[in-house]
Design a protein around this ligand. Structure first.
Ligand SMILES: [Ca+2]
Ligand SMILES: [Ca+2]
Length: 250
């Protein structure tokens, strides 16, 4: 390793938070697995599992968080999916949303403000079951959500009417926030699945810069094993592609 590459490597390590050292609060069916990942739901009906990292995010600074997620291996008989959530709900580390199609994040209907939902918040859903109330397409999809509303009008399905995430494989997920340009970028398996400009601190989090983050998931009558594995938490932009990859935990 040349001196320059080694220096870059050390700098990136210094600017990254130790992904493996992070601890999570777990709620209801969420439990830590032997492989260091966190199971959100077992392959059983009517589960709800939520896990929040004990270290909060600082939205005034750049970050990129990378995970592998597992959404099960049953396509037709599987449900419901998981969400990656960043929130400032007054319930803090005990915040929950509704089960079933709301994936432990949102509420039954966009116009109904009863029941459990997490707000203020943003989320990315990985939805594996069609629900008409939430305007879901027939296929699995990824969508950006806010303030405990699962209803969405745009989604990513790779323009594939049979897009399926319940394929028994891990899928790589990255969420990047660039506060200088107020840009959110979401990758699934190295493809951009959502990109948007939004003043998260002012327009979503009411001026607050500290936020809780984690995952929510649920099942209903149909079900799948669902879990996530934190791989990397970078607090600075990588200067080179090779340096970025060197911080990954595999
Ligand atoms: Ca759904
Ligand atoms: Ca599917």
């Amino acid at each position: 390793m040349s001196h320059k590459i080694f220096s870059t490597f050390c700098l990136i390590l210094f600017l990254s938070i130790n992904a493996l050292g992070q601890e999570f609060h777990t709620i209801e069916n969420a439990v830590r697995m032997d492989n260091g990942c966190i199971m959100l739901t077992a392959d059983k009906p009517y589960q709800r599992g939520i896990a929040y990292c004990k270290t909060k995010l600082d939205l005034s600074k750049y970050f990129e968080i990378e995970f592998d997620i597992f959404l099960g291996d049953k396509n037709e008989l599987g449900a419901d999916g998981i969400t990656f959530v960043i929130h400032n709900d007054v319930r803090g580390f005990r915040a929950i949303g509704t089960w079933g199609e709301c994936m432990g994040y949102g509420r039954w209907n966009r116009g109904y403000y009863g029941g459990n939902y997490i707000a203020p918040s943003i989320a990315v859903e990985f939805d594996t079951y069609q629900n008409y109330r939430q305007n879901d397409p027939a296929c699995d999809h990824v969508a950006y959500l806010e303030n405990g509303t699962n209803y969405h009008t745009v989604y990513y399905n790779n323009k594939d009417a049979k897009f399926n995430l319940e394929d028994g494989a891990l899928h790589n997920f990255r969420f990047r926030w660039e506060p200088q340009i107020k840009k959110v970028t979401v990758y699934l398996d190295n493809v951009i699945v959502h990109q948007g400009t939004r003043d998260l601190i002012k327009d979503v989090f009411q001026g607050k810069t500290q936020a809780i983050w984690g995952f929510t998931a649920s099942t209903g009558n149909k079900h799948n094993l669902q879990f996530f594995c934190l791989r990397r938490w970078a607090t600075a932009k990588p200067s080179t592609k090779s340096a970025s990859q060197s911080t990954s935990v595999r």
